[in-house]
Design a protein. Structure first.
Length: 95
């Protein structure tokens, strides 16, 4: 009873859409900050804040993915142990 889980992969279109969406959002934010009627230090601060937000979002996404993958590995190990116990168990064996 070794059911291998289906590996979920994103399509090329979904990947392209995600990359394009990220690029458009980052470009729109950069253009908005550049055209802002404020001092240069205010625009620089907002630019740094956006870069910090982007790197934090990438880090958060990686941490969530790593925790999910670790949970899948643990559940596969537990399933393998259970499969081994069930395979070795003989309900008709006399004690």
């Amino acid at each position: 009873m070794s059911d291998t889980p289906v590996k979920q992969q994103s399509t090329a279109a979904f990947y392209g859409q995600a990359v394009a969406s990220f690029g458009v959002a980052l470009a729109a934010t950069a253009i908005g900050i550049f055209n802002l009627q404020a001092d240069a230090w205010v625009r620089a601060f907002l630019g740094i804040a956006v870069l910090y937000l982007v790197t934090s979002a990438f880090t958060l996404a990686k941490v969530i993915r790593d925790r999910q993958e670790a949970g899948q590995i643990l559940s596969r190990v537990d399933q393998a142990r259970l499969d081994k116990l069930l395979a070795e168990h003989d309900p008709f064996e006399k004690i």
